[in-house]
Design a protein around this ligand. Structure first.
Ligand SMILES: Nc1ncnc2c1ncn2[C@@H]1O[C@H](COP(=O)(O)OP(=O)(O)OP(=O)(O)O)[C@@H](O)[C@H]1O
Ligand SMILES: [Mg+2]
Length: 1014
């Protein structure tokens, strides 16, 4: 743009965005002004508009390439090299993929543009043996593909009759390492039929005109294009503008460069020659009018060249094989049918050969190392075309152009809108003709033309071209872009035949003839089969065709390949070259204004321009703007130390910009009118001279050397950074791949595929577990559920961890607490789950004794425990307050320092308590002992404490009985009584009428028992 500003007064405006008004007239004037001076390129922002000059301009030489290398897009006059260079640098900077969409109608210069871009990249590449070889192969793929895929049409002497998308692959150093080509829908019908004024594919003429005598002899060919039926239908086999002889040499050489072996080359020319021979095979009618071939020389050549049996080939061309259960019946073709089959064979052979050739080229250009690569894609697809008769191929070609236009609309609108949004600038919508409606008309599922074509081809019964037309009328009769003879108004009807339908494409109206559309769409394997059985080349391993194979629907396949292409393109950054055809007669230096105006219109260039200028004609990043114009303001010159945005603000204020003239975005300044910028640029021009004097470089050798070194260091630093980044990404890709692979194989035994993933899973589990460990020994629920690979380890860890916690706990407790716990363990063993009052006892500590200052008998050192109790007499169950003392050998019942009874542990045969919440204890004592007075019944507030101590001192853990209902007691030898237990609203202990001691459930264990006298 800056370059454009400098040169704006010289020849028109170099960027349409800077036009003062965005009218079509101003646009055309500028275009013509520049075209008249052989300036064929003009920008609309970053989009390149190219007008076909139809003459060789000296603007593509190596000096020009050098000039554009590494220079800012807008610094030099518009050029296709500037775009190529910008794309390349954007790719290197952002390390991502890009594509250049080259569009325009047939003959507008798309293929030429794509070749220039390829040449530019080839020239950029450094010279190493490997790179030179790859580069040569990429360059040489063009003449080969053009020979086999291009032809002279009415629109273009070198028209691409196939779609081509080529990826050029670069490594992180920016070296072109390889390429890959995708080809789309070759116009095979051209092999057998050409319109008047058109030719077959170039290779046929090149072989016949340029082929060496020996070769022609070997292939059985005459050196005369007029001799071959397939070459003469257009009546222009020999063209002065095309030098077939020279082109033949180029192609032969190119085939060697792309490493097509000698024998493959022989086979390749053999197929080309056999197509020519096939075209000359003519059928005679036999007595029944059926097609017959008798000792046909051309057929013999075909059979020799393809290495197939002549008889089989002859049968394939003149008979249809009908299979009836196990038998095969041969049904003869009539002449028309035989011609149809012959042509189908020729088309299929040629089509497959073309595919093989593309594959061959890809193999030779392929870069086999698996390091990260970035690509720049070049899309050069047949342009929009309208002929007098437009067949199925034109329908596909034009549909493809619709799709690309749609892609363009989506991407340009989107990116512009996104830029305004990202910068926080208000967006003004610009009206577009959105051709989605036409794309839908063609491709919509179940309702589009292609779907209806599919249905018609697969429909049982006698579907014809006309029923297809009827179905179209039925389905899309009211569509504004579809018209047929029946649907049209009277004036339009005159321009349409009954078998036609017309589509109003974005680029204009095209009338398609339905005749044969179904046939071309349905490349029924049955029909193509002779070619596959007899050609010898591409002999398919899948020759055993399934009987009812679904026919290959060409348009449907094409549609899905376009869809795939669009998806792949959407994942890349887009750049555009819009090619315009200057005149129909291919004359140099002539610009047919009406023709160009029409293209400008349908390519949406005006809309694109308006969108670019919707609010602001010019925008630049703050750093760039400041760098260029900082000399215009004392505050920003020579260095602005603050933020670039602030610097720009200071600068524009100094320059006197009015608020409505510009907007400050987040990263860019947006200037509304070109004239504001011109004023700034003019000021800059005036300032330049002065600037020169102020330049930092004094011009001395030392100074220049320093600057060069600094520049080199900068480059080296950036390269090192980029390399690091690439290494990092490579590493990331590998890790991610490994992770995914490991995840997929995680259930398998440990292998190289999953070992790292499993290690990761283990580590991650352990890390998480570390943060979520249970905090207390009693917490049994917190343990993190392990993944299956860690289950065993997790279980072991859990056990170890709990043991560790227990150990820590145990080590942390005092001797006293330990004693307590040991006693509690005994209590638990005896009472847990048996006596209702046990749970309340757990938290209560056991004391050493319960009587501290009372009158107790001194039982010297063996006394260990004492507790007050209420003893019940054996006779009458009278309650008596007493104390019990425990020593190491006996329990003593004491009344105020007087021993009332001694129970030796040896004579203690049992201890009974009830299962309820009462505190009654019965000590069963051996009655043979005369000193004993029968069983002892008493109530003790510290029942569990007492009984635990007793149990431990007397070692009587096994003598305990927790009884339900009633405990039988020995009152004296031979006489028994009982203590009965029950629950009731009021806790009581009394002598019951039956003479038993009745204990009513007593919930709070420490409540004294009120006694009900019996
Ligand atoms: N930049 C150019 N300089 C000189 N001549 C050009 C230029 N571009 C195109 N031409 C001329 O126009 C002819 C047609 O161009 P080209 O084959 O690139 O058209 P196309 O858009 O690819 O058409 P199609 O869609 O039919 O393939 C070329 O053979 C060449 O003679
Ligand atoms: Mg082309």
């Amino acid at each position: 743009m800056e370059g454009a500003l400098v040169a704006r007064d010289k020849v028109g405006i170099q960027d349409f965005v800077l036009l003062d008004e965005t009218t079509e007239t101003a646009f055309m004037e500028n275009l013509k002004k520049r075209f008249d001076k052989d300036l064929i390129y003009t920008y609309i922002g970053a989009l390149v508009v190219s007008v076909n000059p139809y003459k060789d301009l000296d603007i593509y030489n190596s000096n020009q390439m050098d000039l554009y290398m590494g220079v800012n897009f807008f610094e030099l006059p518009p050029h296709i090299f500037a775009l190529a260079d910008t794309v390349y640098h954007a790719m290197m900077l952002e390390l991502n993929n890009h594509f250049i969409l080259i569009s325009g109608e047939s003959g507008a210069g798309k293929t030429e543009a794509s070749k220039k871009i390829l040449q530019y990249y080839a020239a950029c590449s450094p010279e190493t043996d490997l790179l030179t070889s790859v580069r040569d192969k990429m360059l040489m793929s063009n003449p080969v593909l053009e020979a086999f895929g291009n032809a002279k049409t009415l629109k273009n002497d070198n028209s691409s009759r196939f779609g081509k998308y080529m990826d050029i692959q670069f490594n992180s150093e920016g070296e072109a390492l390889g390429g890959h080509i995708l080809n789309y829908l070759l116009e095979k019908s051209r092999v057998v039929h050409q319109n008047h004024g058109e030719r077959n594919f170039h290779i046929f003429y090149q072989l016949v005109e340029g082929g060496e005598e020996d070769l022609l002899h070997q292939l059985g060919l005459e050196r005369d294009c007029l001799y071959y039926n397939y070459l003469t239908q257009g009546e222009c086999a020999i063209m002065s503008s095309i030098n077939d002889k020279n082109d033949w040499k180029t192609v032969k050489n190119a085939l060697k460069v792309i490493e097509v072996s000698e024998s493959d080359r022989t086979d390749l020319f053999g197929v080309v020659a056999s197509v020519l021979h096939l075209g000359n095979v003519e059928f005679d009618p036999d007595s029944r009018g059926n097609a017959s071939l008798d000792n046909n020389t051309e057929l013999r050549w075909v059979s020799t060249l393809l290495g197939v049996n002549a008889q089989t080939l002859q049968e394939g061309l003149t008979y249809r094989k009908i299979r009836a259960q196990q038998d095969q019946v041969l049904s003869p073709f009539n002449i028309d049918h035989a011609i149809y089959v012959r042509d189908a064979l020729a088309k299929a052979m040629y089509g497959r050969t073309f595919t093989w050739l593309v594959r061959q080229i890809n193999e030779s250009m392929e870069n086999k190392d698996d390091t990260m690569k970035m690509v720049i894609g070049l899309l050069d697809i047949y342009g929009f075309e309208v002929f007098y008769v437009n067949s199925f191929e034109q329908f596909c070609i034009n549909y493809c152009n619709e799709k690309l236009q749609q892609l363009f609309i989506q991407l340009t609108l989107k990116s512009e809108q996104e830029e305004y949004e990202a910068e926080g600038i208000e967006w003004e919508a610009v009206q577009f003709f959105n051709n989605k409606i036409i794309c839908d008309l063609v491709e919509e599922r179940h309702r589009g033309i292609i779907s209806i074509l599919d249905e018609e081809c697969l429909r049982p019964g006698d579907a014809t071209d006309l029923t297809f037309l009827e179905r179209l009328e039925e389905k899309m009769g009211d569509h504004p872009h579809f018209v047929t003879h029946r649907l049209a108004d009277i004036t339009t009807r005159k321009t349409l035949d009954r078998g036609d339908f017309r589509l109003l494409h974005y680029a204009g109206e095209v009338t398609y003839c339905v005749v044969g559309k179904r046939d071309r769409h349905t490349q029924h394997t049955e029909r193509v089969r002779p070619s596959q059985q007899h050609t010898g080349r591409e002999r398919p391993s899948h020759s055993k065709y399934r009987e009812r194979e679904r026919p290959v629907q060409v348009a449907t396949q094409f549609k899905s390949s376009l869809l795939k292409l669009t998806e792949s393109l959407l994942a890349k950054d887009a750049w555009y070259v819009r090619c315009l055809k200057s005149n129909e007669s291919k004359k140099p230096g002539v610009l047919d204004e009406a023709l160009v105006r029409h293209q400008v219109k349908y390519l949406g260039l005006m809309e694109h321009l308006r969108v670019r200028r919707a609010g602001f004609a010019y925008r630049r990043r703050y750093e760039v703007f400041l760098q260029r114009y900082k000399a215009l303001c004392p505050a920003t010159w020579p260095h602005w130390l603050g933020l670039p945005m602030d610097g720009v603000q200071v600068l524009v204020q100094h320059l006197g910009y009015m608020p409505y003239e510009y907007k400050m975005g987040r990263t860019k300044i947006f200037i509304r009118h070109p004239k504001t910028l011109y004023a700034t640029e003019d000021a800059f021009e005036r300032c330049k001279h002065e600037l020169g004097e102020r330049k930092m470089c004094c011009g001395s050798n030392a100074c220049c050397l320093l600057r060069t070194k600094a520049f080199q260091m900068d480059v080296a630093w950036k390269a090192a950074q980029a390399r690091k980044e690439v290494e990092r990404r490579d590493w990331a890709v590998k890790v991610i791949k490994k992770f995914i692979n490991g995840f997929i194989n995680r259930g398998d035994a440990r292998s190289t595929d999953n070992s790292e993933y499993l290690a990761f899973v283990r580590q991650s589990y352990l890390n998480r577990l570390k943060l979520k460990l249970p905090q207390t020994v009693l917490d049994k629920t917190t343990w993190l559920t392990p993944p299956s690979v860690c289950q065993e380890a997790s279980e072991l860890l859990r056990k170890v961890y709990y043991r560790l916690m227990v150990r820590k706990y145990v080590r942390g407790i005092s001797q006293q607490k330990k004693g307590q716990l040991q006693m509690k363990v005994v209590t638990s063993a005896i009472f847990k789950g048996k006596k209702d009052s046990y749970p309340q006892s757990i938290t209560r500590s056991f004391l050493d004794t319960r009587i501290v200052n009372g009158h107790l008998v001194n039982l010297h050192s063996s006394q260990t425990y004492s507790v007050p109790v209420v003893k019940y007499d054996r006779k009458g169950f009278k309650p008596r307050p007493r104390q019990i003392l425990l020593t190491t050998s006996a329990a003593y019942l004491v009344e105020e320092a007087k021993i009332k009874q001694r129970v030796l542990y040896t004579s203690l045969k049992g201890i009974s308590v009830s299962n309820l919440t009462d505190d009654i204890v019965v000590l069963h004592i051996t009655c043979e002992d005369a000193k004993q007075k029968g069983d002892l019944v008493f109530q003790c507030d510290h029942l569990f404490e007492f009984l635990t101590k007793l149990s431990m001192l007397a070692n009587k853990q096994n003598a305990f009985q927790v009884v339900k209902g009633s405990i039988t007691i020995e009152i004296q030898s031979g006489k028994q009584g009982a203590v009965d237990f029950t629950t009731g609203p009021e806790p009581l202990v009394y002598k019951d009428k039956n003479g038993h001691l009745m204990v009513v459930r007593h919930p709070p264990p420490h409540t004294p028992y009120p006694l009900k006298s019996g």
